[in-house]
Design a binder for this molecule. Structure first.
Ligand code: PMT
Length: 404
């Protein structure tokens, strides 16, 4: 992802068993093109070796506050100045207390005092330590000073207890760091409406026809649009994902309900993205009682649903930029371009479905994006990163359309 390629990340590692997860974090950051430098506390080195992090980061690991080998013995200042972002993972209760009280008795706490860049903390500690009033006060205090927290998570801990205190997974820390690199002004004050997830077409009170959509792609787009400054309305089919903060979410079940929820709001929005997997057909009748098993093969009579995307694109007062998705098992380009033209869209994002990687349910996806005179391939990656790339492309092409 272009935005992160030039990021310089300073990773601070404290003493905790979760330190082993930070090796994977370095690998993910390097793979994304970030430059990484690592600072370890003396207790961190009891858990993991500096050599591991030197090899993974490609840079010497800093451990000492006063390092005579540094040109001016100002290593802490140079490192703090160098970093675009600082992440402490794992962060102990001790380092949080030091940061919170402005103590500077080792390299990491001194760097924190010098730093002017964003600082992220991924705590890892025993659940009782995390819940202790003094740790919670330090947590709130640091938040009020602009420190961003990633986790901790709930679950079973190395000490055998269960509760909050586990360090977030390396991949989630990585995504939080990378996502917060989104250009905030890209869609400032733009109203965007996004459909996500599957629809359910009921047959009787206990059965329905649906599809494999998890909502991950649509929810990731909603989050990416919000991070780019947009006001987001999410029309969501039934999924188990939490609604991202500061997003208006309207929950629907059937294609008919989704159609109504979108069409009644579309004219108040600048962009529509149809990421939902909407049923093309629904049963003509819905039985009021559970349908009993029949002796012969039964036939369910189906009728076509209304096409939300087509109806949005042909509204008198339509959003100025309408984006559809195409989910295909064959001939991706042919069907995508056909939908782009037939449905009168500004852009279509086509993905393969039914393959081993990407598409429905997966955390990853790849997109082939088409507009009237161009196309772009967005390679297989996490849906959250892919969503940021698609939002950037939409912002760029909408800008071009509006300035013609
Ligand atoms: O939710 P995930 O598990 O993360 O999976 C993501 C996804 C695969 C569902 C997503 O990336 C995707 O491809 N969404 C569109 C799925 C789909 O229904 O594709 P389609 O080719 O059948 O439909 C084309 C377009 O018409 C889509 O924008 C769809 O929202 C829209 N449509 C379809 C039928 C209908 N009645 N109304 C519509 O608006």
């Amino acid at each position: 992802m272009d935005k992160t390629i030039n990021q310089r990340i300073l990773l601070g590692i404290c003493g905790g068993i979760a330190a082993y997860k930070s090796a994977e974090l370095v690998r993910l950051l390097r793979k994304q093109g970030c430059e990484v430098k690592v600072v370890m506390t003396s207790s961190a080195m009891q858990f993991v070796s500096a050599l591991t992090f030197q090899a993974l980061s490609g840079n010497p690991v800093a451990t000492l506050l006063l390092n005579a080998e540094e040109e001016n013995a100002m290593g802490h200042i140079n490192l703090a100045r160098w970093a675009d972002k600082i992440i402490i993972a794992p962060a102990t209760a001790n380092i949080m207390a030091k940061f919170s009280h402005g103590l500077a008795d080792d390299l990491l706490s001194t760097i924190y005092l010098v730093a002017t860049c964003p600082v992220y903390i991924a705590p890892a500690m025993n659940q009782a330590m995390w819940n202790k009033a003094i740790t919670q006060e330090n947590f709130q205090h640091l938040k009020s000073h602009g420190v961003k927290f990633i986790g901790p998570e709930q679950g079973s801990q190395a000490c055998g207890e269960i509760g909050f205190g586990r360090m977030a997974e390396a991949k989630d820390i990585f995504l939080s760091l990378v996502q917060s690199s989104a250009e905030p002004g890209l869609l400032q004050n733009i109203n965007i409406i996004i459909s996500a997830g599957p629809t359910r077409e009921p047959l009787d009170p206990v059965r329905y026809i649906s599809n494999r959509s998890s909502g991950k792609m649509g929810y990731a787009l909603a989050e990416a649009a919000k991070n780019a400054g947009a006001n987001v309305t999410l029309i969501s089919g039934p999924v188990i994902l939490p609604v991202p903060e500061n997003i208006r979410c309207i929950k629907v079940e059937t294609a008919e309900e989704m159609h109504h929820a979108v069409i009644s709001r579309a004219d108040m929005h600048d962009i529509y993205i149809g990421a939902a997997a909407v049923a093309d057909y629904s049963p003509v009748t819905v039985s009021r009682s559970k349908i009993k098993k029949q002796h012969n093969d039964s036939f369910i009579k189906m009728q076509k649903t209304k096409d939300i995307l087509t109806d949005v694109a042909t509204l008198g007062d339509r959003p100025s930029f309408v984006v559809g998705f195409a989910a295909e098992t064959d001939d991706l380009e042919h069907y995508a371009i056909d939908k782009l033209k037939r449905k009168n869209l500004d852009m279509i994002a086509a993905n393969w479905v039914g393959k081993e990687k990407g598409g429905f349910e997966s955390d990853e996806n790849a997109l082939q994006v088409y507009w009237n005179c161009g196309k772009k391939t967005l390679k297989m990656t996490d849906k959250k990163l892919l969503a940021e790339q698609l939002i950037s492309l939409i912002a760029e092409k909408m800008d071009e359309k509006n300035t013609v």
